[in-house]
Design a protein around this ligand. Sequence first.
Ligand code: CTP
Length: 476
Amino acid sequence: MAATYPDAINDPIFELIAEASASLELESYVIGGYVRDYFLERDTAKDIDIVTIGSGIALAKKVSALLPAKPKVSVFKTYGTAMLKTGDLELEFVGARRESYSKDSRNPAVEDGSLTDDQNRRDFTINALALSLNKKNYGDLLDPFGGMKDLKNRIIRTPLDPDTTYSDDPLRMLRAIRFSTQLGFHIEEESLQAITRNASRIEIISKERIVDEINKILMAEKPSHGFALLHKTGLLPFIFPELVALQGIEEKEGQRHKDNFWHTLEVVDNIAKATDNLWLRWAALLHDIGKAPTKRFDEEIGWTFHAHEFVGSKMVYKLFKRLKMPLNEHMKFVQKMVLMSSRPIVLATDVTDSAVRRLIFDAGDHVDELMTLCEADITTKNPNKQRKYKSNFKLVRKKIEEVEERDHIRNFQPPVSGEEIMDTFGIKPSREIGIIKDAIKEAILEGEIPNEYEAARSFMLKKGKEIGLSVSASED
Ligand code: CTP
């Protein structure tokens, strides 16, 4: 006898779907993420997948008709699916189907099928669990592949031969790694091997979908789990060759540098404990990518990565472009974090007011995030050093607060405008204005003058005189 879980589907929406199905004489089931998350006692997904033996589109229309708000039904004819929103739920309807794939496409040939055919075409046993919405067996669990057992044992396994499941839809290789990372599940060995064999097929998947999965891995509690699996299965070179290039330790004349790939993963895990900001997590992932192309061995000083922050920030642009990620303010933020990623480290040994002012000036609104990144960058295994670096950064943070409170450098606005400089000296737009403005800014950052109007105006008059300007008659 099937196990039965009517409590899993006691939301009135399920009863309404059941009623709609019955009136169309269709058999329907809840399947996929909703069922999985219910049994995992996770917050259940807000998108609910309904599979019906017959037309998913007809069922969606009937459900809409029974709902007081009569929500709009979006129909995706090519896929035979339909979607509607009610409250904060998104219901997705599909007719049960059998799919067969050809080698070089993600788009399968589709035929109507039974519930089991439909469960067969799904990615993992834990995502193929179905609960009946039919009168005769409401709440019964249909679990032909032992998905419940896999949920209990925390295993990711495919319903069919893994080579078939992954080759049919190579995105699933990433989904396996993403679920494993999000849920802390173990990917079954045969699956791992199949992913390794099929890794190159990830190339037929759109970049947008790949990035969706990477974002989910990055947002997990311990993202390194996912990146280590991407590395182990050979998927990483197809997505992040820049990270692969960081792997390895070289030794010359008894000097070794650290393995920057594994270091990066530690930094990502550290930052995941400190922030939910996805872009800061991206910055952690990419903060050292400039180290591979800039690595040199210098007889005198050993291994160097000269200007890796600058080179890395340029690489961020190329990487975002290649992955078809929007080249917007998020990209610029990541670039800025990478570019500035070593700045506070220098500060930690020598905390002068002027250096702190420069840091605030350059980091602008993102000085806090930059500090979070730098704190995450401490991966030394030496507890004394670990303690020392952390307390130094604490000092830097304190200093930033003090200096900012006094000098208001964040979002710096020149206290004397270009207009005023022109009026004072009776000059038209010219190089001199830039020179004076820059000198004022430098004097403020160096602490020669406070960040105030009167002081800046006197300084301007002095500087103008120095470069041969005289105060115009109208100003006298
Ligand atoms: N599915 C699949 N192969 C894919 C994508 C999805 O077999 N490449 C199936 C799975 O049964 C999955 C269901 O479609 O459970 C719904 O997919 P989706 O909404 O993308 O994922 P969820 O499992 O709901 O999980 P999440 O919301 O975390 O992505």
